[in-house]
Design a protein around this ligand. Structure first.
Ligand SMILES: [Zn+2]
Ligand SMILES: [Zn+2]
Length: 432
């Protein structure tokens, strides 16, 4: 190679390397997570090793430069910051507390309970209580999310699929909590986030292995949804929300050999009527029969007809599910020989998007799918893409799956009881 050519080649390499760095830093995007556990707290003790600093968010003015155990409390509409024996400093706006070593972990103690978080926290006074927001890199946030969303005992490729789903969920254009000053809350309303104390090794590895990867459709971050167990077939989101079309939230069928939850609940007509009346269902008094009158493609009950001494009424399958506390709307209704009703169902949760039971089964032999293949099964037509490229107009979905395509199912998961997850979260996907 002649010298000129080599120089050009080296320059090219340097550009690629710089582009990769730029991409890395673009993804070190932080997210504002509302820590709802402090909603009624009037006082909070903060510490970090070796020290932390506190400044005003609006002006950047330093309030404490080198604190160890700082007590933050509400003084009317102001935040008071007290360091050791020193005088308390008051701020009439939000304050930002950050470890002086950026890799250190913040400890927050309130009402005798300690929680630990990466990143920094923003504290403000709201209606006589503290409002605490964790400002944290997205992937650091995911470390504290994943173990609450999928057991660490699940196969590696299933956890990686969950990591990409959880990252996609976090980065989509959500405005649910905009009025409260954060993007996402730490409960199952958004995604359960337990901070550093919740972190688990396999989940952490899955976040690292899928670093920065999100699910996209047509170059936009997808509106992912997931639930514990689809009962064998996922639900088409648009079948119950005809005005909203999400082509990748369509119904898919899991392979027959993957075991899904089966359940049964039995009622006398009288007990059933009492429960329906309590849930506000009209015309349940004098109940004579209950039949499913409309089903969705996956077999879920869309509409149920109840016949009573006063006539017939139609109610939604979802209404029956919530009135009776059923695990899903994927059920049949049978009359029992003693004149009662047996509701026989499958699955647990809303069944839209990724099925966690199915993801586990698909990651294990004989399927042994990679996380990419698992996500392609549940979200047809989507691509796995670096999150940072979402800011560019044209996304080429190429050659980006390397981080997410290692061998599958190395680690056999033990059977574990299913976690209680965010299945009840059945909100509309946000408009992109
Ligand atoms: Zn929320
Ligand atoms: Zn399934």
């Amino acid at each position: 190679m002649d010298r000129m050519l080599r120089r050009a080649w080296m320059a090219g390499l340097a550009m690629v390397w710089m582009a990769a760095l730029a991409h890395g830093s673009a993804f070190a995007e932080s997210i504002r997570v509302g820590l709802t556990g402090y909603n009624s707290a009037a006082q909070l003790t903060l510490s970090a090793s070796p020290s932390l600093s506190v400044s005003r968010v609006d002006t950047g003015e330093s309030l404490v430069a080198e604190g160890t155990d700082l007590i933050l409390s509400v003084q009317g509409s102001k935040v008071s910051v007290k360091s050791g024996a020193g005088e308390a400093v008051l701020s009439d706006g939000a304050v930002l507390a950050a470890p002086n070593d950026p890799s250190a972990i913040l400890s927050l103690v309130s009402n005798g309970r300690t929680r630990k978080y990466r990143g920094s926290v923003e504290v403000s006074a709201k209606n006589g209580a503290l409002r605490v927001v964790n400002v944290v890199d997205v992937d650091d946030y995911l470390l504290g999310v994943l173990p609450s969303e999928m057991p660490d005992s699940y196969p590696e490729e299933a956890i990686k699929a969950q990591a990409i789903s959880a990252r996609t969920y976090a980065l989509r254009n959500s405005r649910k909590h905009a009025a409260q000053g954060f993007r996402i809350c730490d409960t199952s309303h958004c995604q359960t986030y337990g901070g550093v104390l919740a972190e688990k090794p396999k989940s952490t590895q899955a976040v690292l292995d899928t670093k920065g990867m999100v699910l996209t459709f047509d170059g936009q971050i997808a509106d992912v949804m997931y639930s514990t167990d689809c009962g064998g077939a996922t639900r088409n989101y648009s079948s119950e929300n005809p005005t909203r079309s999400f082509p990748y939230l369509c119904g898919v069928v899991d392979p027959d050999d993957i075991p899904h939850i089966c359940w049964e609940q039995n009622y006398t007509l009288h007990d059933l009527a009492v429960k329906l009346i309590k849930a506000g269902v009209k015309g349940a008094d004098g109940l004579l029969s209950v039949v499913i009158s409309k089903t969705e493609a996956s077999g879920r009950a869309l509409e149920v007809e109840i016949t009573s001494s006063t006539g017939k009424n139609q109610i939604s399958g979802e209404k029956i599910r919530s009135a009776l506390g059923l695990k899903s709307t994927l059920f049949s209704i049978e009359s029992t020989t003693d004149g009662g009703v047996a509701i026989k169902g499958k699955g647990f949760g809303h069944g839209v998007g990724m099925c966690q039971t199915g993801a586990k089964g698909l990651a294990l032999p004989p399927h042994s799918l990679t996380c990419e293949q698992i996500l392609a099964h549940y979200f047809p037509g989507t691509a796995i893409t670096p999150a940072a490229s979402q800011t560019t107009a044209q996304t080429t979905h190429q050659d980006i799956h390397k981080a997410a395509s290692k061998g599958a199912g190395k680690d056999m998961a033990k059977e574990q009881p299913l976690p209680v997850l965010l299945d009840i979260r059945l909100e509309a996907p946000d408009q992109l």
